[in-house]
Design a protein around this ligand. Structure first.
Ligand code: GLV
Ligand code: MN
Ligand code: MN
Length: 400
């Protein structure tokens, strides 16, 4: 079965022997292998892959002047991520083309399969960087100055991967509609007892860097009342963020910190912590982040530390094309559900492209973790659903 073979081929790439999770960071050798794998799979189907100057890829089946339907997702992962977040959408897109061909479908408009780079923002901190650049939501002039944790500039990382941004970026001119299939990252479909759903909206979300500066000092000789300890300000801020989010039924997470000098027997001089916050509306998100910031400032005042907050990646709410979702949901009686996770589909939707998402049930809801799972039978149901969606959108005479 093509889906299972592709899945098997991908499974060792970037996999950690210790955790079983994936490290498929953009512009690394693991990602290079994934890009080559995608090109081979397309070639095996007689599709020619275009790779743009930063590594985004697309292959089109069919040509002609009608706007095409693009499907696909991303192949990069979060640090120590799961196998499904991203790759499921790419493998399912290729498998859906096989299914359409096996059904004898001749699409009345082109179908593209695409892969966007650095969707997770795991290396350069900007979520959906590849699709943002393609859609013009971020410029290369600004992005090239981003640095990874080792201080490498994006422009240098891209060049080191053998890519040349001056070759240009993918064009979205041919894209009339975008459909992204994705593993569900919650338990909505489990609770509804259905393998497949469609997306209604993406919650607004973002990342804010909190720099807490204090005074380095001796852990033994400095009296507790004489300290300016940024770890305390950070710790209280993490608790405050959790409380704010729980009270407002929103989401707030500090999942990453860096401490300087990071020594056991010294009060730190600097703690940098990244807040990931998500809420059900743009206003609720702004309110929650402002409340967390206020509490952090207040505590910094009492600790004698200094706080600087910098937004690093902010995405407003996305409402997917409701008519499109209703029309496609009707094909299988699938539920239409919201998500709190960001996706390239949100960027393309913001760019004015009618966009839909197909979700595949995740039996535990766990994601961004080595424990992320989907049953093979559900993945195959997802492929069938995607094939149905693509057939509907490309049937001669149908609107895309
Ligand atoms: C992407 O997966 C995100 O929501 O962080
Ligand atoms: Mn993800
Ligand atoms: Mn994803």
């Amino acid at each position: 079965m093509a889906f299972e073979e592709m899945w098997r081929d991908l499974s060792p790439v970037g996999r950690s022997a210790s955790s079983g999770g994936y490290f498929r960071q953009p512009w690394t050798s693991a990602e290079g292998e994934l890009r080559a794998w995608f090109a081979e799979e397309c070639a095996a189907r007689g599709l020619v892959v275009e790779t743009d100057g930063i590594g985004n890829q697309v292959a089109w089946w069919g040509d002609g002047d009608l706007p095409g339907v693009l499907t696909g997702s991303h192949l990069d992962s979060v640090l120590d991520g799961g196998a499904y977040d991203g790759p499921l959408g790419v493998v399912s897109a290729l498998a859906a083309i096989d299914t359409l061909r096996a059904r004898g479908v001749q699409p009345g408009r082109p179908i593209g399969v695409g892969v966007f780079v650095e969707e997770e923002g795991s290396r350069f901190g900007r979520a959906c960087l590849g699709s943002r650049l393609v859609a013009g939501a971020t410029t290369w002039e600004e992005a090239r100055e981003l640095r990874d944790r080792a201080g490498v500039f994006l422009a240098d990382a891209v060049a080191a991967a053998g890519l040349d941004p001056s070759a240009g970026l993918l064009s979205l001119d041919r894209v009339g509609t975008f459909v992204e299939l994705h593993v569900e990252q919650g338990r909505d479909l489990v609770d509804r007892d259905v393998p497949v759903g469609l997306a209604s909206e993406i919650w607004p979300h973002g990342r804010w860097r909190f720099d807490f500066a204090g005074q380095a000092n001796h852990a033994g000789t400095t009296r507790m009342e004489d300290r300016h300890d940024p770890m305390l300000t950070y710790a209280m801020t993490a608790l405050a963020a959790n409380k704010q989010a729980r009270l407002a039924e929103q989401r707030a997470t500090f999942g990453r910190i860096a401490v300087e000098p990071n020594g056991t027997n010294a009060v730190p001089s600097l703690v940098t912590a990244w807040l990931d916050a998500r809420a059900s509306s743009n206003a609720a998100l702004a309110d929650m982040v402002a409340a967390i910031e206020r509490q952090a400032e207040d505590r910094a005042g009492r600790d004698g530390t200094a706080l600087v907050v910098t937004p690093e990646s902010v995405s407003g709410s996305v409402a997917f094309d409701a008519d499109l979702a209703t029309r496609l949901a009707g094909l299988g009686g699938w539920p239409v559900i919201p998500t709190q996770a960001g996706h390239d589909a949100g960027i393309l939707s913001d760019a004015g492209i009618p966009t839909a998402m197909v979700f595949v049930r995740n039996p535990t809801g766990v994601s961004h973790s080595p424990d992320e799972r989907a049953e093979t039978a559900d993945c195959l149901a997802g492929v069938e659903a995607l094939a149905d969606v693509l057939a509907e959108l490309t049937r001669s005479g149908n609107p895309a």
